[in-house]
Design a protein around this ligand. Structure first.
Ligand SMILES: CCCCC/C=C\C/C=C\CCC/C=C/C(=O)SCCNC(=O)CCNC(=O)[C@H](O)C(C)(C)COP(=O)(O)OP(=O)(O)OC[C@H]1O[C@@H](n2cnc3c(N)ncnc32)[C@H](O)[C@@H]1OP(=O)(O)O
Length: 292
């Protein structure tokens, strides 16, 4: 998505770009702040840390997706940066996945706009020229898991309460083919068959065993480990690493790019069904009730 289109989407969504601020931290480093995404240059040269800050659960609202894509585009266009660590500012939650309210009780035009934003976010992350390392410091179901799976490397906090996986079937939803492809590319066909049909959410030890994450470390070491892994990736010259990444990922991304409009139409048709709307409402209601 072009930056201009993203800005237009932000405007349509009622987000004022004027609220974005550039400040200087104690070490003089730039720190870009949006509403929902905070970008901090880190102590490792050439590396930024993106913190998701969309409380309470970092759900992927239209506004969040737009800010996230704009942040990544800015970092890609700023040649100072070669790598980004993605992490969360919301305690215990990396991201709760797609925002269920964006998919519930809205009209087809909204569903189209939302789904395009989800697609564009995935393409941006999956094909990024930057090295992306996910520092997964909380639970990451469905869309949250997709973001992590689309990075080049995943470090997960060793907390048995944190779960990770594509749980769409538990919500009465069918996993989109490109979510499925991303998982299959990471953990293989057989493990994906089981994980996707049963909507499994894995604790850290199982996620590691499956290859869904590359490392599980104590919670207070997630970001530092991600940064030290980054150093290893940045030892490779950008152009050869980027060409290699593209060679491996292009076919998967091209599959969506080729069918992008049909995928949007499928999403609208599917999500607009009365039975699906009902399932989502019940799921949201259950989330609310579990508190009482
Ligand atoms: C046949 C042809 C097929 C064609 C197919 C075509 C297209 C495919 C169609 C659809 C594909 C959709 C793909 C969907 C992907 C997704 O990502 S769906 C989202 C999945 N996410 C979840 O299941 C997570 C749900 N949330 C939780 O489990 C928990 O909230 C938690 C993240 C573990 C955090 O728990 P806790 O800390 O206890 O917080 P609360 O549960 O109390 O939540 C706080 C408030 O946040 C609200 N909330 C939680 N998650 C979401 C969410 N994803 N979206 C929106 N809102 C969310 C929750 O309701 C609470 O709100 P209130 O404070 O009660 O108002």
């Amino acid at each position: 998505m072009a930056l201009a289109a993203g800005r237009a989407m932000l405007m349509r969504s009622g987000v004022r770009l004027g609220t974005q601020a550039a400040a200087r931290g104690g070490n003089g480093a730039r720190r870009f702040m949006n509403h929902r995404v905070v970008v901090e240059p880190n102590t490792v040269p050439g590396v930024a840390v993106i913190k998701f800050k969309n409380p309470p659960v970092n759900s992927l609202t239209l506004e969040f997706l737009t800010e996230f894509v704009i942040c990544l585009e800015k970092l890609e266009n700023d040649k100072t940066f070669r790598g980004v660590v993605l992490t969360s500012d919301c305690p215990g939650i990396f991201s709760a996945g797609l925002d269920l309210r964006e998919m519930c009780g809205k009209n087809p035009a909204h569903y189209a706009e939302y789904w395009r934003a989800v697609q564009e976010m995935w393409l941006k992350v999956y094909l990024s020229n930057l090295v992306l390392v996910a520092a997964i410091n909380g639970t990451s179901p469905a869309g949250g898991c997709l973001i992590a799976l689309s990075c080049d490397y995943r470090v997960l906090a060793d907390n048995p309460r944190y779960r990770m996986g594509l749980n769409e079937t538990l919500l009465g939803l069918v996993v989109p083919f490109w979510f499925k492809d991303t998982l299959v590319n990471t953990i293989g066909h057989r493990a994906s068959e089981r994980a996707l049909q049963l909507g499994l959410l894995f604790p850290p030890a199982e996620a590691l065993q499956l290859g869904m994450v590359d490392q599980v470390v104590p919670e207070d070491q997630v970001q530092s480990t991600a940064l030290s892994v980054m150093t290893q990736w940045l030892a490779i010259p950008d152009h050869v690493r980027q060409l290699t990444k593209n060679m491996i990922r292009k076919a998967t991304a091209d599959h969506l790019i080729k069918h992008q409009e049909a995928d949007i139409q499928n999403f609208i048709n599917f999500i607009s069904r009365d039975s699906i709307q009902k399932s989502l409402q019940v799921y949201l209601e259950n989330l609310k009730q579990k508190k009482h």
